[in-house]
Design a protein around this ligand. Structure first.
Ligand SMILES: Cc1cc2nc3c(=O)[nH]c(=O)nc-3n(C[C@H](O)[C@H](O)[C@H](O)COP(=O)(O)OP(=O)(O)OC[C@H]3O[C@@H](n4cnc5c(N)ncnc54)[C@H](O)[C@@H]3O)c2cc1C
Length: 397
């Protein structure tokens, strides 16, 4: 079969689905290529709480609202973040606190489960005009002046003016374009699970920088529940996962200084872990190709920004394609150059901030420990800097 469309999106994670939906709703014809064996979500049955959750910022909220996806989320399972509390380490631990009131906004972010997000995206995709979903494995990508051609394993062919690579950190599309890559393993794994807590969290997202124990975040879920993201050094991570959910809850209760009382596992079987890396491709565009989401950048989850960056990529790509001159097609070199320029600063700053914070807080060197805690306290007392930081995290400029 020979499929022809304006845009071919490769990859059906949340970022790829949002891109396919956005272009289809904008009146372009879209082919969404999904892999033959999709990754199954991490929620067991519908009543379980998904251990994969995202803190989505205002850019994500805006994009998903404009696509009518936010309205399709199960709102009862979305938790607004009203405040954030970041704590340093050691006896003189610094503290940094933000709240929505101080940032002059209704919520700093929203915690959304992966399954809730994907269900809403899938529902919207079913009603999208001009959109065809193809399941298969791409084996070759060829581009020339006229079009990009994606060859599939079963000899089907997808032809498009623009290929959007939304196929995650190990991007096949990026590999086909010979785009170089800086890679750094953090030597850490992020452990995720959900807890019930004794005390109400009051919409506060907590984060503790615990030096050699890593970084522990407790994100609010609806009711008296929280989601744990613990970025721990490899050896500790393995022992925490092997120890099981009850042991993990005990360790997290102590590390969080019983701020929310005793933590108890919500679904004992649901503990997952992910390796953490920094991935910096040397370019996010190539002839007739644009990369979005983790295909374009992978950052440490300490700031909860990877998905947000991906949605910001989609918004920027949609905007540059929509704003192109009438004589240029969607994959025109100039259009892609504008997309790359539009995203450069945002991606660079987020890579710098997350990587820098991880390096700063992962060392045990005493002078640095003192300096970072003083730094936290100092920023906490400087409203202008604090507002600038929180605006950036929210995706507001
Ligand atoms: C522990 C942890 C916590 C996080 N928390 C947050 C947070 O709070 N907020 C936030 O913004 N971000 C967060 N992130 C980052 C976020 O998870 C990622 O940035 C985001 O999931 C990337 O989405 P994606 O769609 O680009 O990639 P993926 O989710 O990896 O999706 C890629 C898709 O492409 C498909 N695919 C792969 N290869 C092919 C192929 N050859 N052909 C077709 N399809 C293919 C895959 O099946 C997959 O569906 C967190 C990450 C971790 C590890």
């Amino acid at each position: 079969m020979h499929f022809q469309s304006n845009i071919c999106v490769i990859g059906n994670g949340a970022v790829g689905k949002a891109a396919a939906l956005g272009f289809a709703q904008a009146g372009l014809s879209v082919t969404l290529l999904c892999p033959p064996h999709p990754i199954v979500g991490s929620a067991g049955n519908a009543d379980d709480w998904d251990v994969r959750v995202y803190a989505l910022n205002h850019v994500a909220h805006q994009l998903l609202s404009s696509l009518k996806v936010w309205q399709a989320l199960d709102g009862a399972r979305v938790a607004p973040v009203d405040a954030m509390m970041v704590k340093g380490d050691g006896e003189q631990a610094g503290k940094l606190a933000f709240d929505a009131y101080g940032a002059r906004t209704g919520a700093l972010a929203w915690i959304v489960e992966d399954s809730n997000l994907n269900r809403a995206l899938d529902a919207a995709l079913r009603f999208a005009p001009n959109l065809r979903t193809v399941t298969g494995r791409a084996t070759r990508l060829h581009t020339d002046q006229q079009a990009a051609t994606v060859q599939l394993e079963n000899d089907d062919v997808i032809e498009a003016s623009l290929v959007v690579g939304a196929d995650g950190a190990q991007s096949w599309v990026r590999g086909q374009c010979d785009i170089g890559l800086d890679y750094r393993s953090y030597g850490q794994r992020a452990i995720v699970t959900n807890f019930e807590c004794d005390k109400p969290h009051q919409g506060v997202a907590y984060q503790w920088f615990a030096a050699t124990d890593g970084i522990v975040a407790l994100l609010p879920l609806p009711g008296q529940r929280v989601s744990l993201v613990w970025s721990a050094p490899e050896a500790l991570a393995h022992s925490l996962v092997d120890g099981g959910a009850a042991h993990l809850a005990e360790r997290a209760s102590v590390l969080s200084e019983y701020r929310l009382g005793r933590l108890r596992p919500l679904q004992p079987a649901m503990v997952k872990d992910f390796p953490l890396t920094l991935l910096r491709p040397h370019a996010i565009v190539a002839p007739r190709v644009a990369l979005v989401g983790d295909a374009a950048h992978v950052v440490h989850p300490l700031a909860g920004q990877g998905m947000n960056l991906g949605f910001a990529d989609v918004a920027a790509l949609m905007q540059t394609v929509a704003g192109r001159e009438s004589y240029r097609d969607c994959g025109d070199e100039r259009v892609l150059g504008r997309y790359a320029r539009a995203r450069k600063e945002d991606i660079f700053l987020m890579q710098l901030a997350t990587d820098g914070l991880e390096r700063l807080f992962s060392t045990d060197f005493e002078p640095l420990r003192v300096a970072r805690n003083i730094g936290l306290n100092l920023v906490d007392k400087l409203p202008v800097i604090k507002r600038a930081l929180i605006s950036h995290a929210m995706g507001k400029r």
